[in-house]
Design a protein around this ligand. Sequence first.
Ligand code: FAD
Length: 383
Amino acid sequence: MDFRLTAEQTAFQSEVTDFIARGLPTGWDAGHASLEDRLAVERDVMKRLAAKRWLALPWPEQYGGLGASPMQQMLFNEQMAYHGVPGTVNMGVAWVGPVVMLYGTDAQKEQYLSRIADGTDLWCTLYSEPVAGSDLAAMQTRAVRDGDDYVINGQKVWTTFGHYADWGWLAARTDPNAPKHKGISTFAIKMDTPGITVRPLTNMAGTHEFNEIFFEDVRIPAANLVGEENRGWYNVAVGLDFERSSIGATSNARRMVDDLVAHLRTVNGRTSDAVRHRMAEHAIGVQLLRNMAYYIASQQEKTGIAPTRESQMAKLFGAEMQQRIAATAVQVFGMEGQAAQAGSQALDYHYALLRSVANTIEGGTSEIQRSVIATRGLGLPRE
Ligand SMILES: Cc1cc2nc3c(=O)[nH]c(=O)nc-3n(C[C@H](O)[C@H](O)[C@H](O)COP(=O)(O)OP(=O)(O)OC[C@H]3O[C@@H](n4cnc5c(N)ncnc54)[C@H](O)[C@@H]3O)c2cc1C
């Protein structure tokens, strides 16, 4: 396997690192206490990325992107995640836009795409429900056709960015009598539509990232149905077609290891065997995962499809590795993390450990990933 980059890829990588060094708003990495401050920075970064057509990098040029290849996307995501640049996790770009491009009407393309690509509209994803997470097709939120409208009733949960998104990407049941995968449709829903209540959920790290969303007789135009009625399950699956190397998790983990190594070198002579051994394991894990990410992107580049087994492996391994690295970091800093001031490295690791619990849940739990690797990847029979 040859991981050498082409001259074009190396030039792009330099352009990205140069942008991070020079093109971002002042104070983007300062750590912002209030949501408003963080949002303002994130929106500013998004606008700057959009000006370079990097916000929707993989999208075709006609819709505001650069038609980037999976390898180019991965190189971009790698640098952005390593440096912790905000505003690059964008559900509008990742799955709303691609579905609209494939199945949307001309009016929908006109209305939604350019405002996603230029950073004007933020979208949230309204899939999970209290009774439908791993078994997503069990969703119960109803969308009932009534004249020129659909009327939505039900509840969603874990809606990341639901408290400031402009639009929601909603999956709801349109045919309760059909087999569960065949009675779901997807809709664009304006988050300030009357009847929507957004209730904050605070995660165990003390951050408000996600929400519960309640729909009570929410009326939306039938024109907001995206794609065919009752074919929504397939629209949900389209989101999987994008860059799937897990390079973001890899880069976060690599950054944490690099920073920890730098810190431990300053306390030379005081690291225990246990810490040194664990750091060696983390360094191996990070390198391994990076190789996997490059392999997945290069396969996707060659064949147009991300290899499913390796993509699941990278997601699973990366999520669990982040937890292990964060646990080592907290151990290294000891009680300091709990008494630390905002902005300190010790507190960052404390936060990272608490937040990393979600890594093995979001985007598919580790149990589900293991099942898929074992059955679809290794061909092991079910009970
Ligand atoms: C940080 C974060 C952000 C999220 N953001 C969003 C978002 O923006 N929009 C959205 O729609 N959703 C979001 N989610 C929801 C996420 O997709 C679900 O949490 C995830 O799919 C798991 O579903 P669940 O929480 O209902 O757990 P459940 O599916 O109820 O699972 C509970 C436990 O049972 C295990 N389990 C379930 N089924 C099986 C099985 N068949 N075999 C073995 N074990 C099983 C699971 O692994 C897990 O340990 C987010 C979640 C998190 C943590």
